[in-house]
Design a protein around this ligand. Sequence first.
Ligand SMILES: Cc1cc2nc3c(=O)[nH]c(=O)nc-3n(C[C@H](O)[C@H](O)[C@H](O)COP(=O)(O)O)c2cc1C
Length: 201
Amino acid sequence: MKVLLVNGSTREKGCTYTALTEVEKILNEENIETEIFHIGTDAVYGCRACGACSKLGKCVLDDVSNKLAEKMQEADGIILGSPVYYASINGSFGAALDKAFYQNSQAYENKIGAAIVSCRRGGAGSSFDRLNKYFTILRMPIASGQYWNAVHGNTPEEVKQDIEGMQQMRDLARSMSWMLNNLKDSKTPEREEKTFFNFIH
Ligand SMILES: Cc1cc2nc3c(=O)[nH]c(=O)nc-3n(C[C@H](O)[C@H](O)[C@H](O)COP(=O)(O)O)c2cc1C
């Protein structure tokens, strides 16, 4: 089983990365394969809503979102990590996630998701909620910890001093491992075909 940990910061080895490595450490101790995927610093286009991805299976505006989608589809568990920017997630990460999930959204059903955020001081809750929205529209069960997974700090050294935040990361990893191990052979529910209704009346 494999968990993809996505670092949605432009800083490759910053605070979000520091939190993700704490999660990764425990997952590896529990014999779960991991990979940290960094979204990088190149420009990411926002979704144009052109619909081409429904035919091509990928975005025509080729940026990190296509690679991200490929990696997420291979994984059994997905942990999305973002720094907090103005009480939300990093804008380029949001653009990449919108396009990655939209291009083949059914591929994520039943994968375990989890979100973590890193902030200096405030806005963790709204950013955490934003990330969880991707899972809850795609029938992805969510692994949770003992708080709304966040670390506080402006540098990796500060994050390491957030002993409660770091404990949350380890706790979350154990929940993710437990869910992966217990759900892998379970029967999934029968589903109705999705109905669309656009409030046009
Ligand atoms: C554009 C920008 C906006 C930010 N907005 C917030 C914010 O709203 N609340 C906060 O606590 N920290 C804010 N920060 C600080 C980062 O969230 C914080 O330093 C984070 O831990 C950085 O993670 P990273 O090293 O993985 O990028 C902001 C940083 C930047 C660059």
